[in-house]
Write a protein that binds this ligand. Structure first.
Ligand SMILES: *Cc1c(COP(=O)(O)O)cnc(C)c1O
Length: 412
């Protein structure tokens, strides 16, 4: 028997079934007309953002990292909730524009931006978080050719990473950002070029559940931003402090408490050095805003036994849930929160593994879990599916194609 991750708050049973935003899983699957299906509860997203704002100093802006979940209705919902958006490709720029996001509120990070991507972003008025000095040259040349003043910020590769984070993206040699020592000279060059200087983007890591580690990283980030701006002798209109707020996926994970993070930040904002007094600060968060609001519903197609073990074979799988299957940057496979949605309030009665329909042993959604007895036709819910599911999984693998997606708008 292997434990399951914690089911996030905000889900209840109606008539014995899992309800999402007050609607039964079977009704949602019927409405979608098919499974597998991602359901995103917009009310949970809105309340997460509201709670986060309440915990953070009012001066701090909140950005949404589009790569976590670029589903168009979700982006449209986000426009009313957050102050800005961070994209990481020309494809995400197109999605953001299609969803009607204001380009002036978008910034674009990511290594390897092609000229056509730079051109589309500069023409639209998107801020570029430059990842190299060469990229700065190309952006300036494209701006000149278009007759448009590019909005340029520098993504700094900090000399530290976010401790305890699932994915460190700073500290040492990295393909991200520009090494801190090179930043002051480049900042001066950008200001002198006549481009619109937008400041720094400093992102040190992802998926941290330890508030103290985030507090420490933000303190170091503010010190670094001040030092680099002073060395460069330039003002800092904006500073993106990164993000890294994680969510509990696995057994034993504890939710992150944003309270101490906001309190520490408020204190630091009181005593900022002169060079940061006028700076607009933001956080960029992906999974923390949307991850726990999403549920992946998949139907049991077959129930079988092999050498005494029960397998619940579903119509879903790693082609929509690569991370949950343990194949997206995990060393030891652990179970995400999973439940039998159609028997949500039933007691666990047997040990069963939930597997997908792909012809590979990697396709396992829950390993040796303690679950209510389930049959063909029952729905399985996989939680924490709001981020890095649909678009971070190889959906074309084995000819499967995408899952259905549905956003339940918040009640007003
Ligand atoms: C992936 C990424 C994010 C979002 O990360 P989450 O863990 O989903 O919050 C934010 N900023 C940058 C630069 C990223 O690469």
């Amino acid at each position: 028997m292997k434990p399951l991750g914690p089911i996030p708050p905000g889900f209840a049973a109606i008539d014995g079934e899992l309800a999402i935003a007050g609607r039964k899983a079977s009704d949602l699957a019927a409405e979608a007309g098919r499974t597998p299906l991602f359901v995103y509860d917009g009310g949970l997203v809105a309340s997460r953002v509201a709670a986060l704002r309440a915990a953070m100093p009012a001066r701090l802006h909140l950005h949404y990292a589009v790569k976590a979940n670029p589903f168009a209705p979700l982006l449209a919902l986000m426009t009313g909730l957050v102050d800005g958006f961070d994209i990481a490709s020309g494809g995400e720029l197109a999605l953001a524009q299609a969803a009607g996001l204001d380009p002036a509120r978008i910034s674009f990070a990511g290594p390897g931006k092609r000229d056509d991507e730079l051109q589309a972003a500069i023409a639209a008025g998107v801020t570029l978080n430059l990842e190299s000095a060469r990229e700065a040259d190309r952006a300036l040349a494209i701006g000149e050719r278009l007759g448009v003043t590019p909005r340029l910020a520098i993504r700094v590769n900090p000399d530290f990473g976010l401790q305890g984070s699932g994915m460190k993206m700073g500290g040492g040699a990295k393909q991200f950002g520009i090494d801190a020592v090179l930043v002051p000279a480049l900042a001066r060059r950008i200001v002198a070029s006549g481009a619109e200087w937008r400041g720094f983007h400093i992102f040190a890591g992802s998926q941290a559940l330890d508030a103290a580690a985030i507090v420490e990283t933000q303190a170091q980030t503010l010190l670094l931003a001040a030092r680099l701006a002073e060395d460069a002798g330039v003002a800092l209109p904006r500073c993106n402090l990164g993000g890294g707020f994680g969510i509990p996926y696995f057994p034993g994970d504890r939710p992150l408490d944003p309270g101490p993070i906001g309190a520490a930040l408020a204190e630091r904002f009181e005593t900022l050095p002169a060079v940061l007094q006028e700076t607009r600060f933001c956080l960029e968060l992906g999974r923390y805003l949307v991850g726990e609001a999403g549920v992946y519903l998949t139907r049991i197609v077959d129930r079988k036994e092999s050498h005494g073990e029960v397998f619940l074979v579903t119509d879903g799988g790693l082609h929509h849930q690569l991370a949950a299957s343990g194949n997206f940057g995990t060393v030891v496979r652990r179970n995400y929160p999973v439940a039998i949605a159609s028997r949500f309030d039933a007691e666990p009665a047997e040990e069963a593994s939930v597997v997908g329909c792909l012809c590979t042993p990697l396709d396992r959604l829950a390993d040796k879990a303690h679950l209510p007895r389930a049959e063909e036709g029952d729905l399985v819910a996989l939680f924490c599916a709001g981020a890095y599911g649909a678009t971070a999984s190889p959906m074309q693998f084995l000819g499967q194609g995408p899952a259905a997606e549905m956003l339940i708008a918040p009640e007003r």
